[in-house]
Design a protein around this ligand. Structure first.
Ligand code: PEP
Ligand code: MN
Length: 443
């Protein structure tokens, strides 16, 4: 096996990186970041890895969700806690309906870098570097703010740390305890078409808890401090490298997040991103699109998970509802033929993006459900496990995706469209999605 260090990726072809003019400052910032404390701990990462292994066997289910791109400006108590609330509400519905533990992983505390399909953006004949996420440049369209600025890496680290600190504070203060689930009620539930169904689930869970309390005469059992894990796309390799540290057990870990993944645009064989991910001991995700052949997938698995280690690899498929049928089955067959046991997840968002006649990027709720539904059926028919889902969502009342029980239309997109990149499910649509997942699972 070739030797590996956190910086050996620099010897490989790297794509989707920022073009810094001031490389002296970049080096200075990376050196500074390398000395700052890690954001997550090795034990938490190993704990998640063990849970991912359970989900791969069908004994747990993983729920990943959050913004396409977090904004520095959104690092505030309301935005963070409402995202957490919607993840918790969805997990309640899933725990109840799927009857298995649900692992909650926020696309949070570090989802600040974005891959882009074009290097530049042109408005009124003026071309500037594309917005690559707050970790790199600003979305404001002027030359000064669009220029990649290395100091943003330190800001990103700080905002990730503040976000994580707040998540931990909420969890430590029982925010995530089932016994306090009534307090997760966001205002929207009161007006949601799913209000009755949601409250019925709460009542059922509350009754079950009371029954256990009465049977065991022990009220402490359900006061679990459930962990909220974090994930982000490991895109900016200098940043990821700076936060990669050697654990006491002799393994290297990315300690900026529990679960890093590589995106469809950077998960190429022998790429710098694959080289980087190869050496860290975190569970790692790969986004799999229609461009990935069975042969490529198997080689990627060999590079990232040579030992077929439990809980190591998540294959996050994102084909689109029109393409899943012609791609997923052959990938499942290939994986099975090698006796591999990765965790299969479905990201029904990224293959289902469309642009309205007004030029607005959106996603249709029905297409998202359709891909998910097909994913469940295909895995079931092939005796494989769909062990998780990956959504772009927010706890806010945005109008970015079309459809759902409230029947949002193209017209509504003008009302509350906030995302600077991909459209997210709003709180209503997210809760509905959790209920639909339960129904799909019962089929
Ligand atoms: C994303 O998750 O925001 C993303 C860009 O995904 P993908 O790499 O699957 O396109
Ligand atoms: Mn996205």
């Amino acid at each position: 096996m070739r030797s590996w260090q956190p910086d050996t990726w620099q010897n490989f072809q790297v794509s989707q990186q920022a073009n810094y003019t001031d490389t002296v400052q970049l080096t200075k910032v990376i050196d500074e970041l390398s000395l700052l404390p890690p954001l997550v701990g090795v034990n938490e990462i190993e704990e998640l890895r063990a849970k991912v292994a359970e989900a791969a066997k069908g004994e747990a289910f993983i729920l990943q969700g959050g913004d396409c791109a977090e904004l520095f400006a959104d690092c505030n108590a309301d935005v963070i806690s409402s995202k957490l609330k919607i993840l918790l509400q969805m997990s309640l519905v899933l725990v109840h309906g799927l009857n298995k533990p649900v692992i909650k992983v926020g696309r949070m505390a570090g989802q600040y870098a974005k891959p882009r399909s074009t290097e530049t953006e042109t408005i009124d004949g003026i071309s500037l570097p594309s917005y690559r996420g707050d970790l790199i440049n600003s979305a404001n369209f002027n030359p000064r703010e669009r220029a990649p600025d290395p100091r943003r890496l330190l800001k990103g680290y700080s905002f990730a740390s503040l976000t994580l600190n707040y998540i931990r504070t909420l969890v430590e203060n029982k925010f995530a305890d089932f016994s306090l689930m009534d307090s997760w009620d966001l205002d929207f539930v009161a007006h949601s078409p799913f209000e009755a169904e949601y409250h019925q689930i709460l009542t059922h869970i509350r009754d079950s808890i009371a029954l256990v309390d009465n049977l065991t005469q022990d009220k402490s059992r359900h006061e679990i401090k459930d962990r909220i894990y974090t994930c982000h796309e490991a895109l900016h390799l200098h940043y990821e490298q700076a936060l990669t540290r050697l654990g006491d057990n002799g393994n290297w870990y990315n300690l900026s997040t529990h679960l890093p993944w590589i995106g469809m645009r950077t998960a190429q064989l022998n790429s710098a991103h694959v080289e980087y991910m190869r050496g860290i001991a975190n569970p790692v995700g790969i986004k799999i699109s229609s461009n990935c052949s069975p042969e490529q997938l198997l080689k990627l698995c060999d590079q990232l998970d040579p030992d077929n280690a439990p809980g190591r690899l998540l294959l996050i498929t994102r084909f689109g509802n029109k393409n899943i049928q012609s791609h997923l089955p052959k990938l499942i067959t290939a994986i099975k033929s090698q006796g591999r046991t990765p965790l299969w997840c479905c990201d029904p968002m990224h293959g289902n993006t469309s642009v309205t006649s007004q030029g607005v990027k959106t996603r249709r709720f029905d297409a998202i459900i359709d891909e998910l539904s097909q994913a469940f059926v295909i895995h079931k028919e092939m005796d494989s496990q769909l062990g998780g889902v990956h959504f772009e969502l927010t706890g806010e009342h945005v109008t970015e995706c079309i459809g759902g029980a409230r029947g949002l239309t193209e017209f509504d997109l003008n009302r509350a469209y906030k995302s600077l990149v991909d459209p997210r499910l709003n709180a209503d649509q997210s809760l509905e999605m959790a209920m639909r997942i339960v129904q799909l699972n019962q089929k």
